[in-house]
Design a protein around this ligand. Structure first.
Ligand SMILES: [Fe+2]
Ligand SMILES: [Fe+2]
Length: 278
C-alpha cells in the first residue's frame, strides 16, 4: 500500500487514509456485541474532545507552548481517534445509526463535561492529565491485544501509541510547573488517586447508555445494563490489561526513588488486577 503523509494530523504517525477499512474482515467481529459497545462508546468520548480542550486552554492561558500543543496536536489527535473508531463502527455495523446515538450522547454529555472540575494548580492538573492518558493508553493497548480482527488491532495500536505520547507531553509540562507550584508528594498522590479512582466513570455511563438506546430501540437502559458493560471491560482486562505499563506510568509523577518504585509497583499492580477481577 502506498503511504501518504499529507492527511496526518498533529504529531500522529498515522492517518485515517492509511487504515485499510476496505480490508476489514467483518465476519471476525460483527457478532461481538461487547466490543461493539466498547468501541462505539469510546468513539463518542474521543470525538468530543474539543469540550475538554476549551477548559484546559483557559486554565493554561498565557503559556504559549501548552496552548499550541493542546489546540494543534492534542485535540486534533484525540478527535481523529474518535473519527477512526466511528468509521470502523460504520463499516462493521452499518445498521447502527451512529449519528443518531451520538446526538443523544452529546446533548446529555455536553451539559456536565464543560463543568468538569480541574485540579487546584497547573502542576496538579498535569498529574490528572497523566492519569487520563495512562488510562487511555492502557485501554487501547488492551483492546489491540484482544481484537479478533486485524484492522481493529492496527487502529487500537495506533491510538495507544498516540496516548503514550500525550502522556509524555503532559508529564514534561508537569515537571515544568512543578518547579513553580512545588506540590507536595501527598497532593500529587491525592490527585493520582482521585482521578484514578473515578477515571471517566460518567463518560462511560452516558456513552454506553446512548449506544444501548439506539442499538435496542424501546428498551430502557438500566443499572444492570451498565453493570454488564463494565463487566465486559473487566473480562477483557483480565487477560489483556497491560498492568506493568500502567503502573509505571502512574507512579512516575510521584518521582519515587528507584528502590521505592520497585516496592510500590507490585503492590499497585496487584491492586489493579484485583479491581479488574471483581
Ligand atoms: Fe484518545
Ligand atoms: Fe490522549
Amino acid at each position: 500500500m502506498t503511504k501518504t503523509t499529507t492527511s496526518r494530523v498533529g504529531g500522529a504517525n498515522w492517518s485515517m487514509d492509511e487504515i485499510p477499512y476496505d480490508q476489514i474482515d467483518s465476519t471476525l467481529i460483527q457478532d461481538k456485541t461487547e466490543l461493539f459497545n466498547i468501541i462505539c462508546a469510546a468513539s463518542f468520548i474521543e470525538i468530543t474532545s474539543d469540550l475538554y480542550t476549551h477548559n484546559l486552554l483557559e486554565f493554561y492561558e498565557g503559556d504559549a507552548e501548552i496552548e499550541d500543543w493542546l489546540a494543534n496536536y492534542w485535540e486534533r489527535e484525540e478527535v481523529q481517534h474518535g473519527a477512526a473508531l466511528k468509521r470502523y463502527v460504520q463499516v462493521v455495523w452499518p445498521d447502527f445509526d451512529w449519528d443518531r446515538a451520538y446526538r443523544g450522547f452529546y446533548e446529555e454529555y455536553s451539559r456536565f463535561a464543560v463543568m468538569e472540575g480541574l485540579a487546584e494548580t497547573r502542576a496538579l492538573e498535569m498529574v490528572a492529565r497523566c492519569v487520563v492518558e495512562t488510562g487511555t493508553s492502557a485501554f487501547y493497548r488492551m483492546l489491540s491485544d484482544a481484537a479478533p480482527e486485524p484492522v481493529l488491532k492496527q487502529i487500537m495500536a495506533n491510538i495507544s501509541e498516540d496516548e503514550v505520547r500525550h502522556y509524555k507531553h503532559f508529564y514534561h509540562f508537569f515537571l515544568r510547573y512543578r518547579e513553580y507550584d512545588r506540590p507536595s508528594k501527598f497532593a500529587v498522590l491525592r490527585t493520582l488517586w482521585t482521578r484514578g479512582a473515578g477515571v471517566k466513570a460518567e463518560d462511560a455511563y452516558v456513552a454506553s447508555k446512548h449506544v444501548f438506546m439506539v442499538a435496542n430501540p424501546g428498551a430502557p437502559y438500566t443499572q444492570a445494563d451498565y453493570d454488564k458493560f463494565r463487566a465486559s471491560f473487566r473480562r477483557i482486562g483480565q487477560h489483556s490489561f497491560p498492568y506493568v505499563m500502567a503502573c509505571k506510568m502512574i507512579l512516575k509523577p510521584l518521582g519515587l526513588s528507584a528502590s521505592v518504585g520497585r516496592v510500590a509497583q507490585p503492590a499497585l499492580e496487584y491492586t489493579t488486577r484485583f479491581l479488574f477481577s471483581r
